[in-house]
Design a protein around this ligand. Sequence first.
Ligand SMILES: Nc1ncnc2c1ncn2[C@@H]1O[C@H](COP(=O)(O)OP(=O)(O)OP(=O)(O)O)[C@@H](O)[C@H]1O
Ligand SMILES: [Mg+2]
Length: 312
Amino acid sequence: MKQTPAVSVQDLVVRYGKGKTAVRALDGVSLTIEPGRVFGLLGPNGAGKTTLVKVLLGLVGGYEGRAELLGEPVGRALPRRRVGYLPEAHRLPGYLTAWQVLELFGMLCGRERAWLRQRIPGWLERVGMREAAHRKVKQYSKGMQQRLGLAQALVHEPEVVFLDEPTDGVDPIGRAAVREVIAELKRKGTTVFLNSHLLMEVEQMCDHVVILNRGRILREGSLEEMTRGAGAVRIDLGRDTADLAGKLAKCGQVTDSGPRHVDLIADEQGLGAAIDKLRAEGLAIRAITPRKLTLEQVFIDLVGAQAGSAPR
Ligand SMILES: Nc1ncnc2c1ncn2[C@@H]1O[C@H](COP(=O)(O)OP(=O)(O)OP(=O)(O)O)[C@@H](O)[C@H]1O
Ligand SMILES: [Mg+2]
């Protein structure tokens, strides 16, 4: 039997404003997220990522198209317990302590106080906030607030969680902790919807990715599909060679080079030209190996190629 998708969106259009200043924040988006996936929504500033999350949570109305969360049309009251949300640039009440925030939000999401009290210490530990648990939120640094925000989104153990830039402002150790939390969610089968600009992290965490620009999907696929670079190769030479990048600049896109290697993205003709050029200079080629692209290279290539990739 086919499982109900965690998220299902069809031909979604969202407009903000009217007349000349109107913006189509989402311009015909269709996507499906299977339960248990760690899904990454990527896109430049203003692409429509937060808007999509807000539609799914019923925070933006007046859209066209179809949007369902956990099999229910968006806007229909889903039990809060089933969904978690870490908003972009969130604000937690400054007069509460971390412990009180987790207790209050957990209860708002339908969990009993006793149930929460058993779990709160574990969450404080996971996000590295145990020591600060009884200090007031207004005394926290940005990264500490973000860590608490993540615990708040998860403390009631939702089935699907939306994390809008979860590592924004978080230090490297905290970011590793966030990755560990997400890995744990994946093991437990929670669906994670992640908005992020940190593509290295997306590569480490997500199994399915969509790249959005100007309200439209540019590419969608598994991480493997996205980074399997068509035409990306590494050429290794037998000895040190000056200015390899310069020599091959006309054959394709040089993405990296050193004294004995050059990474090139080129079509067949470009690769042939590169080989000819190196041979003509009497340089021995030791190996040509197909190479995976990083998500960042795929992103810059796709989004950068679009006219007008600056925020609207
Ligand atoms: N409340 C609003 N009123 C008017 N326009 C809005 C509003 N919120 C978003 N927009 C516009 O909708 C578009 C998409 O914005 P959105 O916040 O969804 O982008 P994003 O992909 O989350 O960007 P970022 O990476 O900067 O967070 C932008 O052009 C933005 O100016
Ligand atoms: Mg956003």
